[in-house]
Ligand binder design. Structure first.
Ligand SMILES: Cc1cc2nc3c(=O)[nH]c(=O)nc-3n(C[C@H](O)[C@H](O)[C@H](O)COP(=O)(O)OP(=O)(O)OC[C@H]3O[C@@H](n4cnc5c(N)ncnc54)[C@H](O)[C@@H]3O)c2cc1C
Length: 285
C-alpha cells in the first residue's frame, strides 16, 4: 500500500515547526523525525496526516550536552546509534543497542521514540526508570513533562497537537541494570526491565506488560528500605514485581510466560545494579 496524500514542509527551527503544527487546526499535522515508526504507519494508512513537518534540518537538536555532573541534556534528534556510542550514560548506551537493527538505530531518534510511546520500546522504559523529563515547545511557550506523565497509553502521549519535544533531560544513575528478552535479535522485547539508582533511590520500570512502562513500586520499596541488596532480597523484589503486573498474552507469549519473564529480568537487572556497586567499591580501594 502507498501512503495517503499529504503536504510536506521542512522546518528551519523548532519555533517554525510548531507554528506549522498550529496552523493545521484539525490536529492532523505530524512531525517526522527518523521516520522509523511513522513511515510504516503511513505506508499501511494507519496514519493519515494532512501535513508532515520535517524537523531533521533544525540545527542543534542532535547533540548531547552535560548539564551537571549528574545529568545530561539529549537533543530530540539524537539517534539511537549516537546513544549507543556515547559513554556518559552506560544505561542509555546499553538500552539503545537493543533497538532494532543498524539502519533503524541510525535513523531513529530519542525524541521520536519517546513521542511514539510504544509500550514495548526500550527508551521509554529507561526514561521512566531514570526519572527523565522532556522539554517541549509550542507557539505558547515551553514546558517540561516527566517521562511518567508523557506516556498515556499505547502510541498515545500527553503532547498537545502543536507541541514538539526539543530535548530530553536525563539524570545519570549512580548504578543501573538493564535486561530484556526478545525472541530474535532486533525484535521488540517481550519484556524489558530498567533499574536505576538516582540520588540514592532505586527505581524499577518494566516494559511490555501494559499499555505504557510501569513502575514496580512494591519492589522499589523493598530494595530502598534495605541496607544491602543481597541475593534473597533481589529474589523477593523480583517475585514482588511479577505478582504486581497483569500482562496480556499474545502470539509472542502468554500472560503467564511474560509474568515469568518479569521475575527473571527484574532479578537480572537488580543483580547487575548490585554488581556495579561492588565494582565501584573495588575502584575505591
Ligand atoms: C523494523 C523495525 C524495528 C524496530 N525495532 C525497534 C525496537 O526493537 N525497539 C524500539 O524501541 N523501537 C524499534 N523501532 C522503532 C524505532 O525505534 C523508531 O526510531 C522510533 O520508535 C521512532 O523514532 P523516529 O525518530 O523514527 O520517529 P518518527 O517515526 O519520525 O516519528 C514517530 C512519532 O513520533 C512523533 N515525533 C517524532 N519526533 C518528535 C518530536 N521531536 N516531538 C514530538 N513528536 C515527535 C511523530 O510525529 C510520530 O508520531 C523499530 C522500527 C522498525 C521499522
Amino acid at each position: 500500500m502507498k501512503p495517503a496524500p499529504f503536504d510536506y514542509v521542512v522546518a528551519a527551527s523548532a519555533d517554525e515547526a510548531v507554528q506549522y503544527l498550529a496552523e493545521v487546526e484539525d490536529g492532523t499535522a505530524k512531525i517526522i523525525a527518523g521516520g522509523q515508526s511513522l513511515v510504516p504507519l503511513l505506508a499501511l494508512r494507519l496514519a493519515r496526516p494532512s501535513l508532515l513537518v520535517d524537523i531533521n534540518r533544525i540545527p542543534g537538536l542532535a547533540t548531547i550536552e552535560s548539564l551537571s555532573k549528574t545529568s545530561i541534556r539529549i537533543g530530540a534528534l539524537v539517534s539511537h546509534r549516537m546513544l549507543c556510542e556515547q559513554t556518559t550514560s552506560p544505561l542509555l548506551s546499553e538500552a539503545a543497542s537493543w533497538i532494532g537493527h543498524t539502519a533503524i538505530r541510525t535513523r531513529g531518534t530519542i525524541g521520536g521514540s519517546l513521542a511514539h510511546s510504544d509500550p514495548a520500546a526500550e527508551l521509554p522504559v529507561v526514561a521512566v526508570a531514570a526519572g527523565m523529563s522532556v522539554e517541549v515547545v509550542s507557539p505558547s511557550g515551553k514546558r517540561t513533562i516527566s517521562a511518567e506523565d508523557l506516556f498515556v497509553s499505547t502510541l498515545e502521549n500527553s503532547l498537545a497537537d502543536d507541541e514538539m519535544i526539543v530535548a530530553v533531560d536525563a539524570p545519570l544513575p549512580e548504578r543501573w541494570g538493564f535486561a530484556e528478552y526478545a525472541r530474535r535479535h532486533g525484535d521488540f522485547g517481550l519484556v524489558t526491565v530498567a533499574v536505576a539508582e538516582v540520588g540514592g533511590k532505586i527505581r524499577i520500570a518494566i516494559g511490555g506488560v501494559g499499555n505504557k512502562p510501569v513502575r514496580a513500586l512494591e519492589s522499589e520499596a523493598l530494595v530502598n528500605d534495605a541496607t544491602s541488596l543481597d541475593t534473597q532480597l533481589t529474589e523477593r523484589a523480583a517475585r514482588a514485581a511479577a505478582s504486581a503486573v497483569t500482562p496480556n498474552g499474545d502470539f509472542h507469549g502468554s500472560a503467564s510466560y511474560r509474568t515469568g519473564l518479569v521475575e527473571e529480568l527484574v532479578g537480572r537487572a537488580l543483580r547487575q545494579l548490585a554488581l556495579s556497586r561492588l565494582s565501584a567499591m573495588e575502584n575505591w580501594s
